[in-house]
Design a protein around this ligand. Sequence first.
Ligand code: UDP
Length: 315
Amino acid sequence: MRILVAGGAGFLGSHLCEKLLKKGFEVIAFDNLLTGTVENLAHFEEHPKFKFIQGDICDSVSFGVDAIYNLACPASPVQYQSDPIQTIKVNTYGMMHLLDLAKERGIPLLQASTSEVYGDPQVHPQPESYWGHVNPGGPRACYDEGKRIAETLCMEYHRTHGIPIKIARIFNTYGPRMHPDDGRVVSNFVCQALKGEPITIFGDGLQTRSFCFVDDLINGLIRLMDYDKTVPVNLGNPCEFTMLQLAELVLELTSSGSEICFNPLPVDDPKQRRPDISLAKSVLDWQPMVDLKEGLSQTIAYFETRILHKARAIS
Ligand code: UDP
């Protein structure tokens, strides 16, 4: 069975490719390298069942594959807001091109959706039945509304053409291969702590997020692909932390002397976020296994090697 991973050179995409290869699948990673990198593929690029193709899902796509995972989209607020129109194109034109391929070949498509479809949620924790609280004209809308219309397109292709669709609503995920400059809170705090730079908390640091380690998330995606009902499923870790708690844990695990500084809160930054994962537990028999301390330790080890490697290259 040959699988297409759109966005296969990204943080999540590359982990997914690696796991699918381990399971014996042939994998094609398709990526425009806007935010993904070929370094992410280094561990398995020579694998006989792996192929990387550089290209953009916004152009037409044609592959002889048996299933599609769509992870193609800039995903951190800094990245998706740096080219908002491209973010919308990926979630409309790009999404339709992949859905047309799924329709033409009669194959399943798993869409990497997001907790951002819930916006700044007024229901807590968030179950899949919650319709969300999104500002359609705000700076996050290119991503939030982009992912919402992508879900709508998936549902309509399913209803109209009978394509097997799987929708994963992915909550904050972290781990090795996050890009050090993508601006996300875990990579920012870890890199700042390791370099002895100030830890930049946005706002008062009392906003919450729930962080899922990448291995757990990938296991959830693969289980969801095998689930036969077309309904959105939350995938994330339900343990909730404030950004202050996260900063303190990073400082403790890195033994860093970095100070904490407070910067303005970005516009429309959600105040709280925690997945209700009852559905994933019952229909996928899935729940996260790696706690934040363990996952952060692995992430810190990754960034330590990266930073050391860079320092050696410069000297
Ligand atoms: N954040 C922060 N300092 C940083 C980067 C992010 O305090 O250096 C905050 C951000 O304002 C948000 C949370 O951390 O409240 C998570 O941000 P991230 O960009 O990782 O993801 P989001 O869940 O907002 O998409």
